[in-house]
Design a protein around this ligand. Structure first.
Ligand SMILES: *Cc1c(COP(=O)(O)O)cnc(C)c1O
Length: 222
């Protein structure tokens, strides 16, 4: 068993490549996001040191506490917001993140559009879909995704790169990945942000362009 994050990152990259090649995909099509939430800069640095540049955080405030310094040291890194966003944090989110995976309602889309205009920064954007229709979970319902996409594009001038989902913990993730892939195809979207430590191989086989992997790289949280 490997016991350091840089080694586990390498193993994760290999698994992504195997899964991609297994279905005839180019591994380069898949962005591996190392999810560093609840880990400290000293935990993250070894992964930066081996050249990894895509990282994910789920809280704006936590990310603000650790990433500005790392961004100065590694200006080519890409920071992904993968957690729910409140509209009163839109300013900070647009200023810090390069990709936002969690647009799920008009209010957030409007707040981001206003901030992007103000700041002249244009993070790449994904719409989060609540594929399991779970009451407590973030994400727009599948049936309402087309309308939210139209609002983003046509009214707000926001380019949407793709869709993101977090399957219910007690269900077969492959069903949700297939569902998200089909919905994205119907909407003409190429990006698919899906797959975490427990299921990223499957997600890659089903077309993920972005996998979000935390504990398989950094170890168990807290
Ligand atoms: C924490 C988190 C992940 C990573 O989860 P692991 O199981 O540790 O890989 C992926 N996506 C989201 C949205 C998360 O909040």
């Amino acid at each position: 068993m490997s016991d350091d994050a840089a080694t586990r990152l390498g193993e994760t990259e290999k698994r992504v490549a195997v899964a991609a090649k297994g279905v005839g995909r180019d591994p380069e099509e898949v962005t591996l996001i190392a999810v560093s939430k609840m880990f400290l800069p000293d935990d993250i640095r070894p992964v930066l040191a081996v050249g990894h540049r895509h990282f994910g955080e789920n809280r704006v405030q936590e990310a603000q506490g650790k990433w500005p310094v790392l961004k100065t040291e590694f200006p080519d890194l890409t920071l992904h917001l993968i957690g729910p966003l409140q509209s009163n944090k839109a300013r900070e989110a647009v200023a810090l993140f390069d990709v936002i995976h969690t647009i799920d309602r008009p209010k957030i889309a409007k707040a981001l559009a206003a901030e992007m205009d103000k700041q002249g920064r244009r993070p790449q954007l994904f719409i989060q879909v609540n594929t399991g229709e779970e009451a407590q979970k973030a994400g727009v319902l599948a049936a309402e995704t087309g309308a939210l996409l139209a609002l983003c594009r046509d009214e707000l001038g926001l380019a949407i790169a793709g869709l993101m989902c977090i399957p219910p913990v007690d269900e077969e993730p492959a069903i949700h990945f297939a569902f998200l892939a089909k919905l994205a195809q119907e909407l003409g979207l190429k990006g698919l942000s899906m797959g975490m430590s427990g299921d990223f191989d499957t997600a890659v086989e089903m077309g993920a362009t972005h996998v979000r992997v935390g504990s398989a790289i950094f170890g168990a949280r807290g």
